[in-house]
Write a protein that binds this ligand. Structure first.
Ligand SMILES: [Ca+2]
Ligand SMILES: [Ca+2]
Length: 309
């Protein structure tokens, strides 16, 4: 019996080695077949809600194949852009009525827009937007008058739209608002509105101006650009780099405008515009980059910015 045991043991270990060899070959074959990034689905134990896109409902996804994960997979396995809805003013604009200030707007006559929370100028120094309020008596020019009715704190700046009159950058100014919520690409239609009032009615003779509104991607920690060298150089589209800037619209202001507040409104569709891929963090308001042929400059007050969707 002892010899028979030895024979069985030897037979069993031979069988075991044979089986092991088969298993190893199978592993090599499977590994090889998957190393070519071919269709290895049959060896995958992972099951997806959406087999074709290998995603699960609720996963983040890229809604328009631009490399930005801006959407969420829904129950129909569609990638729907995530949309934040803000329907009450000032909406996506922060401190749209300029009432939040860090210091007295009358401590300094002009160039002091940065005293309004979430607002600043478009460049580091030079001609900057001014901040006034209901107590202001000195607007920096004897012929400038306060807009009516009183609307608390507000910003004011030159808007110069003519390319016929060559000027330095003294009259190029602009507002920059850090939005309360980033606006992502492909998130539908937005409504922009603001109040403006012409403060130079008594002394200037501009025929009309065009105020341009732009969306800008300007991440935290980024330095403001150098002062522009000319009225239209660099263009508004190039100040922060073209991929970071989208023209949202412009508002034409006629010289019939008096010094009381008027409202301007327009809408823009983020599905049809080249919105920066990481979204719009700031709104730029300045002279439009598309000039007019007329004698065109005005000193305007701005208040009650509102951006909703
Ligand atoms: Ca105000
Ligand atoms: Ca001031």
């Amino acid at each position: 019996m002892k010899n028979l045991h030895v024979y069985i043991d030897k037979y069993a270990s031979k069988q075991f080695l044979y089986a092991l060899r088969i298993v190893l070959i199978a592993v090599v074959v499977v590994s090889y077949s998957c190393s070519e990034e071919e269709d290895c689905e049959y060896v995958s134990a992972v099951k997806y809600d959406c087999a074709e896109s290998q995603a699960n409902v609720g996963d983040s996804c890229d809604s328009n194949n631009n490399g930005v994960f801006d959407g969420v997979v829904n129950a129909m396995c569609e990638c729907i852009p995530e949309i934040t809805t803000i329907s009450t003013c000032s909406g996506f604009i922060a401190n749209g009525d300029f009432e939040l200030v860090t210091d007295d707007p009358n401590g300094q006559v002009g160039e002091d827009i940065k005293l309004a929370t979430s607002w600043k100028a478009l460049w580091q120094s030079g001609s900057l937007v001014d901040l006034f309020n209901e107590d202001t008596t000195d607007f920096g020019n004897l012929c400038f008058v306060a807009p009516t009715p009183v609307s608390g704190a507000f910003g004011a700046m030159w808007v110069w739209s003519s390319e016929m009159m060559s000027v330095d950058t003294t009259y190029r100014e602009g507002l920059f608002n850090e939005l309360s919520t980033i606006i992502k690409p492909n998130t539908g239609v937005y409504n922009m509105s603001f109040d403006y009032a012409r403060m130079d009615v008594d002394c200037m003779n501009g025929l009309l101006v065009k105020v341009g509104v732009y969306g800008v991607y300007f991440p935290e920690g980024t330095e403001l650009p150098e002062n522009p060298t000319e009225q239209y150089e660099p263009s508004n589209l190039e100040l922060f780099g073209e991929p970071n800037t989208v023209f949202l619209g412009e508002v034409v202001i006629e010289n019939l405008t008096v010094n009381s507040w008027n409202n301007a409104a327009f809408e823009f569709d983020t599905n049809n515009l080249n919105v920066p891929i990481d979204g719009i963090t700031h709104i730029m308001i300045t002279n439009s980059h598309i000039p007019t042929v007329d004698r065109a400059f005005m000193y305007l007050g701005f208040d009650n910015f509102c951006l909703t969707n």
